[in-house]
Design a protein around this ligand. Structure first.
Ligand code: DGJ
Length: 727
């Protein structure tokens, strides 16, 4: 509910459990007053303090009153160059060369429903939403900023976006437009970020705020393996079930910045948005620029409820039909089994083994097109390699279907190999500045997706492929970071637009795909999880989580990913051992249990499995199908912290009515004389009684407070999965 209190001038955004408040003061500065647990009918401006602070300047017209400074006041969207030295929300190069921007309240409106953002991902739905729009203007220039707020009361979700319009007579250049600026009147907070690298994505790091600016971000053109556009600020002692937590996710798949500043006065400011590195957007008179959406969830009661609310909000209001609530097929992918070395018979053999064990979808990965026997060539030439696949997909897909499987395909539309017909025909379609040799990544170049004709060409090629056979699933891969970011289609002064225009181009093509192939299940991928963000989830309901399929490493990668993103979106497969990334052996049972905390599938040559292993696989597939609704739609609980190297890692999926749960546990490397593992469950109903795996019956209270005892197991990385049902 959004409430404007005319008398006091406050605008309050109430969700079920939280309140967010702002107010334009007598000077028209839009002050941020509060974000936290719900507070009714208060004007929280009584918290504001005015004092003459040295070196904190005063706006013009202050006269002898030195107690008012933008440098000391909490603001909704901070300005630039006019006396607030903390993180700026915007930087605009004005026609006179100054980068000064002072924004004052002009008007606001409240309406039912949720705003939409043209060409950008956004939470959606008319039911249960209200929108607040606040227009701010710079009195000395023609710049206007419309701050948009979506309030979803039920999900405790507040979204934000910004539309900047040049209402002046001359062009300006936007050098920075943050989607979110959030001031906290305190700095005794921890910052949680999700960091790593390729094959080591989203490992949780937690540290207290220190004086100055701390940030994570990406300048790679993608949201990246290295950091993630999701951060949490929480009270220093906040844990899973207690403490105030603020989660912020940016719905953006390109370079981003998430920065927090602990200021001299012990407050904190969080900004999030497109990374200002090489961002310069020319805005002519009358033109506007829309910054991507950011989503905020405040949890007054710990990290777990914050996770649950993000999961629910994304499942129900970000991921679009028809896959939002639909069980995803159990798939068998040929990549780790064959890489580029396959022919139709080998593929059909792999698919046949999968079908016999209950799988539902065969995915043909990289290598089916052009001259593609290694990763040195072929990208961009999306014609079937008939030497490997005689008769093309037209011949292969029906053979797969005859086995009772759907047919899925890999593609990497944003890329081109220098050794390809496409590159030879259109060398200027790859990003790269004239007279400068291009940098390659995985021996490939990046197509200039900022250009309509490039996208049209790629899309036409994709359509030919998609129309050539019944293809029910598409894996959209992207295997390098951007470099040489320069477009032949734009003048020198507009090259700073290319990074963002590239992302808009990717979204454009994904949206066209969704429109023309509404039933196609698209799995996002970027060398594993290099573009795992809320922006992509608007287009691709699942994303390959990591190229690291080692079950032990995946415990951390998947736990970090699931801090924000729903389990139903996390691509997870069982692969062969020793693992290709780590060389580690883990039991088949363990690999299955870990992959079940995601969209379940296999990526190995099942023909090489022993009879016992195949039996295990068959049981796993059956178990997954039986439990998929609980795993994908239930509440996910972290039972231990895998980032602390615990003797065992455990998690649970609990149904929303709390009558059913699936508990999974994986031990670490074997230790002699280890303590008996006791696991205190979470999320159950203390008053209900649960049958544990068809055996003993215990109350929810006993299982949560006293715990569940596991037998001692010998050997490294053993797994156990228990199903609990209320009796
Ligand atoms: C990177 C992906 O993450 C892998 O799963 C696989 O599709 C390869 N690319 C193929 O080149």
């Amino acid at each position: 509910m959004i409430v404007f209190d005319e008398l006091r001038g406050t605008i309050s955004l109430h969700t079920r459990r939280t309140t967010y408040q702002m107010k334009a003061d007598q000077r028209g500065v839009l002050l941020h007053l509060y974000y936290g647990p719900r507070v009714e009918a208060e004007d929280l401006s009584y918290l504001l303090r005015y004092a003459d602070r040295g070196f904190s300047p005063n706006p013009s017209g202050s006269g002898a009153d030195r107690g008012y400074s933008l440098d000391t006041l909490p603001q909704e969207w901070s300005t630039c160059g006019v006396g607030d030295y903390r993180l700026a929300s915007a930087e605009v190069e004005q026609p006179d060369g100054s980068v000064l921007l002072d924004l004052r309240y002009a008007s606001h409106s409240i309406r039912p429903g949720k705003y939409a953002l043209e060409g950008l991902p956004a939470f959606f739905g008319d039911e249960g939403w209200e929108t607040l729009s606040v227009v701010l203007r710079d009195p000395s220039s023609g710049m206007e900023a419309e701050l948009l707020y979506g309030v979803c009361e039920e999900e405790d979700l507040i979204t934000r976006a910004v539309r900047v319009t040049n209402r002046g007579e001359a062009p300006v250049v936007l050098c920075r437009v943050m989607s979110l600026c959030l001031d906290f009147g305190r700095s005794d907070l921890d910052l949680l970020t999700f960091d790593g690298g390729h094959v080591r994505e989203r490992n949780l790091s937690r540290a207290p705020l220190r004086p100055g600016v701390q940030s994570v971000g990406s300048v790679r053109g993608t949201s990246s393996h290295q950091h993630n556009p999701f951060v949490v600020l929480c009270e220093r002692d906040a844990g899973e079930d207690h403490g105030l937590c603020f989660g912020a996710a940016l719905l953006y798949s390109g370079s981003f910045l998430a920065a927090v500043e602990r200021s001299q006065f012990e407050d904190a400011r969080l900004v999030m948005g497109i990374h200002p590195h090489h961002f310069r957007w020319a805005l002519g008179p009358g033109e506007h620029f829309t910054a991507p959406e950011a989503a905020l969830i405040c949890s007054p009661d710990g990290l777990t409820p914050m996770t649950h609310r993000f999961h629910r909000a994304m499942r129900e209001r970000l991921i679009r039909d028809p896959y939002a609530g639909r069980r995803r097929p159990v798939l068998i992918n040929n990549w780790e089994a064959t890489e580029f070395d396959f022919d139709a018979e080998r593929l059909v053999d792999i698919a046949r083994e999968g079908a016999a064990l209950g799988m539902e979808l065969f995915v043909l990965d990289d290598g089916w097109f052009g001259k593609r026997d290694t990763d040195l060539s072929g990208l961009g030439d999306w014609d079937v390699n008939e030497r490997k696949l005689p008769g093309g997909l037209e011949a292969l897909a029906p053979r797969i279907e005859a086995l009772g499987l759907g047919f899925g395909l890999w593609i990497e539309p944003e890329m081109v190999s220098a050794d390809s017909d496409l590159y030879r025909a259109h060398p200027d379609w790859a990003l790269g500045a004239p007279g400068r040799p291009q940098t390659t990544g995985r021996s490939q170049l990046v197509l200039d997706f900022s250009r309509q004709e490039v996208r049209d060409h790629v899309y036409a090629a994709m359509r030919r492929v998609l129309d050539s056979a019944r293809i029910t699933y598409l894996k959209w891969d992207m295997n390098r970071s951007l470099s040489d970011v320069w477009s032949a289609a734009l003048p020198a002064a507009r090259q700073g637009e290319v990074f963002h225009r590239y992302v808009l181009g990717v979204y454009d093509l994904l949206e066209r795909l969704r429109r023309d192939y509404p039933d196609l299940l698209i799995e996002g991928c970027s060398g594993g999880g290099g573009r795992f963000d809320a922006g992509m989830l608007y287009y691709t309901p699942q994303i390959w989580c990591s190229d690291n399929t080692d079950a032990v490493d995946r415990l951390r990668i998947q736990c970090g990913t699931a801090f924000c993103y729903p389990v139903s979106t996390i691509g997870a497969h069982v692969s062969a051992v020793p693992n290709g990334q780590t060389g580690r052996d883990t039991p088949m049972e363990t690999r299955g249990v870990v992959a079940m905390c995601g969209t379940f599938g296999y990526e190995m040559d099942l023909g090489r499995c022993s009879r016992e292993e195949k039996e295990t696989v068959r049981e796993q597939v059956e178990t997954y199908k039986r439990r998929a609704a609980l795993i994908a739609g239930g509440d996910y609980y972290r039972l231990t912290d895998p980032f602390q190297d615990p003797p065992f890692t455990a998690w649970a999926h609990v149904s929303s009515d709390k009558r059913e749960a699936l508990v999974s546990l994986v031990t670490g490397s074997a230790r002699a004389a280890q303590p008996f593992p006791v696991l205190r469950l979470r999320g159950l109903d203390p008053a209900l009684r649960y049958r544990v795996d068809g055996g003993e019956v215990h109350s929810g209270a006993a299982l949560m407070y006293a715990g569940l005892s596991f037998p001692l197991v010998r050997g490294d990385y053993q797994a156990k999965q228990l199903h609990l049902e209320a009796v």
